[in-house]
Design a binder for this molecule. Structure first.
Ligand code: GRF
Length: 194
């Protein structure tokens, strides 16, 4: 099955998905990377893995509908079935939501509905909670509000720093996301085995 990954930054989750495909743990083809930030490191990762990429600057388009229509044409041309968001720092608009209803997922570094939006790691530290975690969810028009597919807890230690927590969360993300994507591509919606 063909998937596209949308990312804006480092792309370690994009890499984890590529590695899972390479290792035979995920039967998928990462057919395209979509990136809204020229210069993001994730583009280098795509080049190294010979994954086609579409990089755009939102400000060069009239509005979201205009750039999403262009992306949608590409996804159709490539017969892409699923949209996998991995650190894509924008809300998805109606153009893509309608075309890919129920086939867009995101990973977020907290136990949603706690700490949606930006800097979920910082928000968890600030709140002084004992546990945080990772959530994979379907994408709707809201910010990190779609139906939850899978969650994994990350315990916090008393002297937790932003760096140490970030590292623990990313480690969990890199395991969890390929597993959940595999489950979805296999047609299993409920995350009972996770
Ligand atoms: C991840 O923590 C993900 O949960 C969040 O953005 C971060 C992206 O990291 N949505 P990376 O670019 O995959 O390294």
């Amino acid at each position: 099955k063909k998937i596209v990954v949308f990312a804006s930054g480092n792309g370690s989750n994009f890499q984890a998905l590529l590695d899972a495909v390479h290792n035979g743990n995920l039967q998928a083809e990462v057919s395209l990377l979509v990136c809204d930030r020229p210069g993001a490191f994730v583009i280098d990762r795509a080049k190294n893995a010979a994954v086609p990429f579409f990089v755009f600057q939102p400000k060069e388009f009239l509005d979201k509908e205009e750039y999403e229509s262009q992306i949608l044409a590409l996804l159709k041309e490539k017969k892409i079935e699923w949209i996998i968001l991995a650190g894509y720092m924008r809300l998805i608009g109606q153009t893509l939501l309608q075309a890919y209803e129920g086939r867009i997922v995101n990973i977020h570094p907290s136990l949603l509905p706690a700490f949606p939006g930006k800097d979920a790691v910082g928000q968890a530290l600030e709140a002084g909670v004992e546990q945080t975690g990772v959530t994979v969810h379907y994408v709707d028009a809201g910010m990190d509000t779609g139906e939850i597919i899978a969650q994994e807890v990350v315990e916090m230690i008393p002297d937790e720093t932003s760096d140490s927590l970030q590292a623990k969360i990313q480690k969990v993300e890199h395991q969890l996301y390929p597993r959940v994507v595999k489950m979805l591509l296999d047609g299993k919606k409920e995350a009972t085995s996770i």
